[in-house]
Design a protein around this ligand. Structure first.
Ligand code: SF4
Ligand code: SF4
Length: 76
């Protein structure tokens, strides 16, 4: 099952976080304006809407083994 994950090396801590606004399940969390976003995996369906919404490409979808989904797909 895929789950979104924010790469804190790429997240710019935008305010507002467009990825958070795009998530219908309220799974993207940003507790403080200066903090990066993170994903509550228990609420994430893996739909990918947040990936498209984040203008800094800071979100990946990870497979259950923790590898980025696109990397796994490209290797096949
Ligand atoms: S996840 Fe994307 S949109 Fe949200 S704060 Fe980080 S860089 Fe900005
Ligand atoms: S993949 Fe979908 S459910 Fe998960 S955090 Fe992103 S928008 Fe929300």
């Amino acid at each position: 099952m895929l789950r979104a994950s924010v790469d804190w090396g790429r997240c710019r801590s935008c305010e507002p976080c467009d990825a958070r606004l795009a998530c219908k399940r309220r799974a993207v969390v940003k507790a403080d304006p200066d903090e990066p976003a993170w994903v509550a995996h228990d609420r994430c369906s893996g739909c990918g809407d947040c990936l498209a919404a984040c203008s800094h490409a800071a979100i990946d979808r990870l497979t259950s083994s923790g590898k980025p989904f696109l990397q796994v797909q490209n290797a096949q």
